[in-house]
Design a protein around this ligand. Structure first.
Ligand SMILES: C[S@@+](CC[C@H](N)C(=O)[O-])C[C@H]1O[C@@H](n2cnc3c(N)ncnc32)[C@H](O)[C@@H]1O
Length: 219
């Protein structure tokens, strides 16, 4: 795994409780906006996950508070949530979910899944981390399985990567590594591995292009 991801995980390990608290405070700043974002994400999850038979096995990488895993469970799927930081695992378990400590760059999957969900986690991966993650997920997906994830669009940034400690509401007291990807560089890795791009769109930010959103299918 990259030193960038390792150092970022040290921050999450120490500050997961702060992250959980500031995420809630952030949503309170503009409740209408937060509600709209939540509804849009749930619609996106529903539209894609519900193409799988009920009860299918789904794994989430980097669940943090577990809110998305909880929603996937509510839709009728067998979800395993995961993260690296102990305080995140405890928070997920307190929602009644199955949660395991799992670093996608270090640990191996024990079983196959029909879908893997990975939301706002690619932001902390270098390009070589991304290559590893995409390959590892490909290997454990069932045939026709889905890999659903997003990454920040390089088009909307001035640099390829940055260490950021957000001021105000997202302040964690330490910098985390952020990497921005172009659609072209991700598409090249994705197709070389053998995935089919099932759906792709851009969303978020002022120009609706902050995030690159992928649903990949294992052929
Ligand atoms: C910005 S948070 C997003 C959390 C959640 N998915 C969401 O959308 O609210 C990034 C998450 O990625 C996790 N993460 C970063 N690197 C990881 C790795 N190598 N393996 C597993 N999780 C990782 C962090 O612990 C953190 O929970």
């Amino acid at each position: 795994m990259s030193i960038e991801n390792e150092k970022t995980l040290e921050v999450y390990n120490k500050k997961a409780k702060t992250y959980l608290k500031t995420s809630i405070e952030h949503n309170k700043l503009n409740q209408e906006k937060a509600k709209h974002k939540r509804e849009r994400l749930e619609k996106f999850i529903r539209t894609n996950i519900e193409t799988l038979p009920k009860g299918a096995k789904v794994f989430e990488i980097g669940s943090a508070d577990g809110i998305n895993a909880k929603y996937i469970e509510k839709l009728g799927y067998e979800i395993t949530a995961s993260d690296v930081a102990e305080d995140f695992i405890n928070s997920i378990k307190s929602k009644g979910l199955k949660a395991i400590k799992f670093n996608i760059l270090k640990n191996e999957f024990n079983e196959k899944y029909s879908a893997i969900f990975c939301w706002r986690v690619f932001v902390h991966f270098t390009k070589s981390d991304v290559l590893k993650v995409l390959k590892k997920v490909y290997d454990i997906l069932q045939k026709d399985g889905l890999f659903i994830f997003n990454a920040i669009n390089r088009e909307t940034r001035e640099v390829d990567e940055k260490w950021v400690d957000f001021p105000n509401e997202y302040h964690m007291g330490a910098k985390r590594y952020y990497k921005y990807f172009s659609k072209e560089e991700l598409n090249e890795i994705i197709t070389n591995i053998g995935y089919k791009i099932h759906t792709f769109h851009k969303e978020g930010g002022k120009n609706n292009n902050k995030w690159l959103v992928y649903v990949l299918k294992k052929q």
